[in-house]
Write a protein that binds this ligand. Structure first.
Ligand code: HEC
Length: 266
């Protein structure tokens, strides 16, 4: 499901390692054992070189980035609650985190890996934002428009992303974004890379649903996950309301591309 160039490299790497082993498994039938060990030696050099070009940490980044999107979604799902959207001071932080972890376990099939620093930092950012929301810190933050003073899932996601970037000292970025046409909050505007993936892949009818795209870029390891409108999104993103809040007068339909979660790991 993941289109990931690191996987390819990993595959190539595995092939090479396999080849190396098959070389060493060859019985030294030659008289000249020296040449065989030279071959093994040269092969090891190639493998060591490859390991340096594609360090193992790189393969780990793909998993970390994916887990970060799962964790953000797990927490965002808890914010989908009429009462706390209207009045976030009603949030019970402890229960919120408990539900987040439960959602994470359900969707990823594994417990939250506490030894993963970045995951821990995102959890910390989530805790920070819900604690602030609960204590009324956002009371004057969203005072205009149809959704004034509402602690919306997308607002929770945005605040959490900002907190995460601070906590990680800029080494980790996670944000909710969408196409320029569907954009509601300009601050969530897609950057060049995100926009290209959204326009040339996610919005194309032949793009496999839910398939992420990832790539090693000069900014860092990047991963972006598409999301689709569900019935619960329609009251705001569908019909006339959608035309009203989106930057272009377009109403969303159930199943349409609605946005994406974008991760950068530096
Ligand atoms: C109660 C109305 C409401 C509902 C329900 C809702 N949204 Fe939104 N959505 C908004 C508003 C308003 C914003 C802008 C938030 C802000 O101020 O940052 C937004 C922002 C977003 C963004 C961030 C990009 C942007 O345009 O700023 C995405 C992506 C998004 N919504 C997708 C969805 C999806 C998918 C669903 C359903 C699972 C959904 N929304 C449900 C009102 C809603």
């Amino acid at each position: 499901m993941i289109q990931d160039r690191s996987d390819l490299n990993q595959g190539e790497l595995n092939m090479l390692i396999k080849r190396l082993y098959s070389v060493s498994a060859v019985k030294p039938t030659y008289r000249d054992k020296g040449s065989l060990s030279i071959k093994v030696f040269l092969c090891s050099l190639v493998v060591v070189g490859l390991l340096q070009t594609f360090p193992m940490a790189y393969a780990g980044q793909a998993e970390t980035a994916q887990d970060l999107t799962t964790l953000l979604r797990s927490a965002r799902a808890v914010t989908v609650n009429k009462k706390t959207i209207g009045d976030p001071t009603l949030i019970n932080v402890k229960k919120f985190i408990k539900k987040t972890k439960k959602n994470y376990l359900r969707s990823s099939g594994k417990k939250l890996d506490k030894s993963n620093v970045m995951l821990g930092q995102l959890l910390e950012a989530i805790k920070q934002v819900v604690t602030e929301a609960q204590s009324g810190k956002y009371a004057d933050k969203w005072t205009k428009g149809d959704y004034a003073n509402k602690f919306l899932p997308a607002r929770f996601a945005r605040q959490t992303g900002l907190a995460f970037e601070k906590i990680t000292d800029g080494k980790g970025i996670i944000k909710l974004t969408t196409s320029d046409d569907l954009l509601v909050n300009l601050a969530n505007k897609a950057d060049e890379w995100e926009n290209k993936v959204i326009e040339t892949m996610f919005l194309k009818p032949n793009w496999e649903r839910n398939k992420v795209f990832s790539e090693k870029t000069s900014t860092g390891y990047r991963l972006i996950l598409p999301e689709y409108y569900k019935s619960g999104c329609m009251a705001c993103h569908g019909g006339d309301q959608g035309k009203k809040i989106h930057s272009k007068p377009i109403s969303g339909n159930i199943g349409d591309f609605g946005g994406a979660i974008s991760v950068i790991l530096k």
